[in-house]
Design a protein around this ligand. Structure first.
Ligand code: ZN
Length: 435
């Protein structure tokens, strides 16, 4: 099956899944672009100016090429792994000089192809906060190398320079701006606005002549990662809401997210963005209301749910993680329990409790019963951890832990959750296989 057919089928599958078959204009993109599609391997023609090389889920961003009569503008460059293929696809569409590269934010799945696309005289544009974001990511190089690999389901790398220093980020941009930056190239105007959300340096691009809004990672076909499990500074929910308001105010007729497919038609875009920001605001306000009445974070994680009309899916971010992210973003780590002021964690009591339970066998047996009968794999997982706190080499506990993680993975519909569960399964398997 050739690449065109494969890409067309995946596009139709996506469209069906998202109930977007009625969106005739998007389908038209595919059919009208068929000749260019073949020529470009699998780049997608969006309109006469905009072409897209599609990224892979949340692993690599889309790369957009906006062609004017004075040269091209690249918006996001995808990951280092995907960038060469995106470059090849889009260069096959047009080899006009690349005048500008715009980076919607400094995550590695967007910056990986900057050097590839840069030509003599190409300007790279980003928002001011890119500098600190890159310093932060580089400052914690050893930490993020492991956490990013686990979250992406990749092998743990050997990190040659885990601690490069506080200000070792490499800034690729020669044009930085605070609130707004505007330039004209050929027949098109590019208006760049600071729109913090996914990151503090996040920007969105508005091309008024095309009524097109490039929204980066501030819109996904899923609830956002207001907290990312790999570790992140707080991503402020109210920033997302205000940034999406800015995009809505442009009344776009074409919305181009950096992950997933474009959306066309102002009514559809308005409905999607409004639903998205209302979902974020609903969760934020419920957390704040809970905090103000003294609720603890776990109570809120268990009790706050999106109403059906605001449910936007959880294939990427999960609402419960964001609830904790919002709570701890505002409050920090202290839970107001004096026990938590000290460096001894609650786990120090577990080995005592295990020894009082007439041996680990009782606990293991009870946890296996729970896993089999009620299916409460999280409770079984905690009991396995309790035994391991008392006996770190207990084979039965490692087996129980692996079985509980496998069960949770089987139940999960979230890619990030699955990858973290798999990293735990791999750890338990390695432990069980070690002599
Ligand atoms: Zn991204």
């Amino acid at each position: 099956m050739n690449k065109y057919l494969l890409s067309s089928i995946s596009f139709f599958t996506l469209a069906l899944r998202k109930k977007m078959l009625c969106n005739r204009l998007l389908l038209l993109f595919v059919f009208l672009s068929a000749p260019q599609f073949v020529a470009a391997a699998s780049a997608i023609k969006i309109n006469n100016n905009i072409y897209m090389a599609q990224g892979s889920s949340n692993i690599s961003s889309n790369t957009f090429m906006v062609i004017t009569n004075q040269g091209a503008v690249i918006i996001d460059t995808s990951s280092p792994a995907a960038a060469p293929q995106h470059y090849e696809m889009l260069k096959a569409i047009s080899s006009v000089p690349v005048r500008y590269i715009i980076i919607t934010h400094g995550h590695g799945d967007h910056t990986g192809g900057i050097e590839l696309w840069k030509e003599s005289g190409t300007h790279v544009i980003a928002q001011n906060n890119l500098i600190e974001l890159l310093d932060y990511q580089t400052r914690l190089n050893g930490f993020f190398a492991v956490r990013n690999a686990k979250q992406a389901g990749k092998p743990i790398p050997v990190v040659s320079n885990p601690n490069p220093g506080n200000y070792a980020g490499q800034n690729p941009a020669d044009i930085l701006f605070d609130k707004k930056y505007q330039f004209t190239l050929g027949e098109l105007t590019f208006q760049l606005f600071s729109t913090p959300g996914e990151t503090p340096d996040h920007l969105s691009v508005w091309i008024p002549e095309l009524q097109a809004a490039f929204v980066g990672d501030n819109f996904y076909n899923s609830f956002p990662n207001i907290y990312s499990l790999r570790g992140t500074k707080p991503r402020w929910a109210l920033d997302y809401v205000q940034s999406l308001n800015k995009v809505l105010s442009w009344k776009p007729r074409l919305m181009l997210p950096s992950h997933g497919m474009p959306v066309s038609g102002n009514a559809t875009i308005t409905q999607k963005l409004t639903q998205y920001q209302n979902a974020i605001l609903y969760v934020h306000d419920a957390v704040v209301a809970g905090m103000n009445t003294g609720a603890d974070v776990f109570t809120l994680m268990n009790s706050i749910q999106l109403p059906p009309e605001l449910y936007v899916g959880e294939a990427y971010g999960r609402v419960s993680w964001s609830i904790r992210g919002i709570y701890e973003g505002y409050a920090g780590w202290f839970d107001a329990n004096p026990s938590s002021m000290y460096s001894e964690p609650p786990q120090v009591a577990l080995s005592e409790l295990v020894s009082l339970a007439n041996g680990v066998d009782n606990i293991i047996q009870r946890a296996q019963e729970i896993l089999l009968s009620s299916g409460n794999a999280v409770l079984a997982l905690h009991l396995a951890d309790a035994v391991l706190a008392a006996d770190a080499n207990n084979t039965d506990a490692w087996t129980l832990r692996r079985d509980a993680l496998v069960k949770l993975k089987d139940l999960s519909t979230n890619g990030i959750e699955k990858n973290w569960l798999q990293s735990g399964i791999d750890e338990a398997t390695a432990k069980l296989n070690s002599p």
